[in-house]
Design a protein around this ligand. Structure first.
Ligand code: AMP
Ligand code: MG
Length: 410
């Protein structure tokens, strides 16, 4: 048995990067960016009014109660047709280019129209003094043309889409999405829509693992449920290999039972096994192999084991395949609220609820029956990491959490 860290190193050592492709912005969300993005022009591209109001010369309004002649108007999207001269103000809208001559914008709420003859000229009274630069975002102050705004390897989120759009990258280069076959094994497993007999259970892993594949940027193909039969297992895996999937995720059949055929069949199909057991709980029977460029993950059938081993090994591999800059979820340190024991010689991942308290992050252990307890796992937002060599953890101990989702990744 090797450690989790060693197994991760072995798995990642067999991952090569998929080619890039371009996709329209509308389909780029959550994909991994594969080419850096630079500013095509200064941002903002002109001195931009940050308020609706009047563009003025600060020297004309250094004191409150200045009275200025309104010489024109600038709308957003229009270039000013004149400059602001001495004693003048131009009506301006948020997002419009500030006309030459003006060096400040006074917001409309700090002004009122002066009483003048019906035919004008119209004048405005400023009820505040104005300083140079006020309410103007200078050209190039957010970014200079040519500056790198997005680095390759980021996962495109909402703000990145806004940046891509604003610099005119309508078809960003992203990684091709990994194609992943999901094969569930087990005589006892029936479709969630089906009726299990007294001795059967519903397929929890198929839907969960397909969603995990998607969340990691892959496209799952559901191969359905394969019975515990060597021939049928071989046929399913053979098909997945022949179809050129980038990865195959198997659930079940990797333990020492009389009807656990996965490892044997993988060997027969020419899959080289690089990992056959890991010092991890849940998930020790995890196997990993490759045939050519195809990665094969044999996850244990116990649903929590399947989800945890996917998180630990398959997800980082799929992210690395896509050229992601961050492939591991950053661990968080937390204070334990109640004792936790690790009674195995393996690294334990135990379900907790992490909460941000006054003294920082705390972790409340959840009662769990172990690797089959999807109910406890579904209540957790993180897993406490207990090393095999440590004493039982007690309330108040600081320990590391593996978050089940994280904003600390891009
Ligand atoms: P296995 O790894 O095939 O020995 O399965 C270990 C445990 O997980 C057994 O209790 C199985 O019934 C259960 N199990 C296997 N596959 C699934 C699945 N797709 N959904 C829910 N439970 C499963
Ligand atoms: Mg089984």
């Amino acid at each position: 048995m090797i450690s989790v860290d060693e197994a991760q190193t072995v798995v990642l050592g067999h991952v090569s990067t998929l080619p890039a492709e371009t996709v329209p912005l509308a389909r780029a969300f959550s994909r991994i960016l594969r080419a850096q993005v630079t500013a095509d022009r200064d941002q903002p591209p002109f001195n931009r009014a940050a308020m609706d109001g009047f563009a003025v010369r600060s020297v004309d309004a250094a004191e409150p109660n200045a009275r200025l002649r309104i010489s024109g108007e600038v709308r957003a999207g229009a270039w000013p047709d004149r400059r602001v001269g001495e004693g003048e103000a131009m009506r301006i809208m948020t997002g419009a280019p500030v006309p030459e001559g003006a060096d400040a914008v006074i917001q409309v709420e700090r002004t009122k129209m002066a009483e003048v003859a019906a035919e004008g000229p119209f004048e405005v009274l400023l009820d505040a003094s104005v300083r140079a630069g006020q309410n103007i975002v200078p050209r190039g102050s957010e970014a200079r043309a040519g500056m790198v705004l997005l680095r390759e390897g980021i996962r495109i989120g909402v703000p990145h889409l806004a940046v891509l759009a604003s610099v005119g990258v309508a078809d960003p280069q992203v990684s091709r999405a990994p194609r992943v076959a999901v094969i569930v094994t087990g005589d006892e497993v029936v479709d969630p829509g089906g009726q299990p007999t007294a001795a059967q259970i519903r397929n929890a892993n198929g839907p969960a693992l397909s969603a995990s594949v998607r969340a990691a940027g892959g496209v799952p193909t559901d191969f359905g449920i394969v019975p515990d039969d060597a021939e049928k297992t071989r046929a399913a895996i053979q098909l997945a290999l022949d179809q050129g999937h980038d990865a195959i995720v198997l659930s079940g059949g990797v333990s020492a039972g009389d009807f656990d055929f996965v490892e044997e069949v993988l060997g027969q199909l020419g899959v080289t096994l690089h990992v056959t057991a890991v010092r991890v709980k849940p998930g020790a029977p995890f196997v990993f192999g490759t045939r050519g460029p195809t990665l094969v993950f044999g996850l244990p059938g116990n649903p929590v084991s399947a989800q945890v081993t996917f998180e630990l090994f398959a997800r980082p591999a799929l992210l690395k395949m896509q050229g992601a800059g961050r492939i591991f979820r950053p661990l968080l340190e937390a204070t334990l609220e109640a004792p936790l024991a690790n009674r195995s010689a393996r690294r334990n991942y135990l379900p907790v609820i992490a909460t941000q308290g006054q003294g920082g992050l705390t972790a409340r252990p959840l009662k769990t029956q172990g690797s089959g307890d999807i109910v406890a796992h579904a209540l957790a937002n993180a897993l406490a990491v207990l090393e095999p060599d440590r004493q039982d953890a007690v309330a108040g101990d600081r320990l590391l959490l593996f978050p089940l989702s994280s904003f600390l990744e891009v």
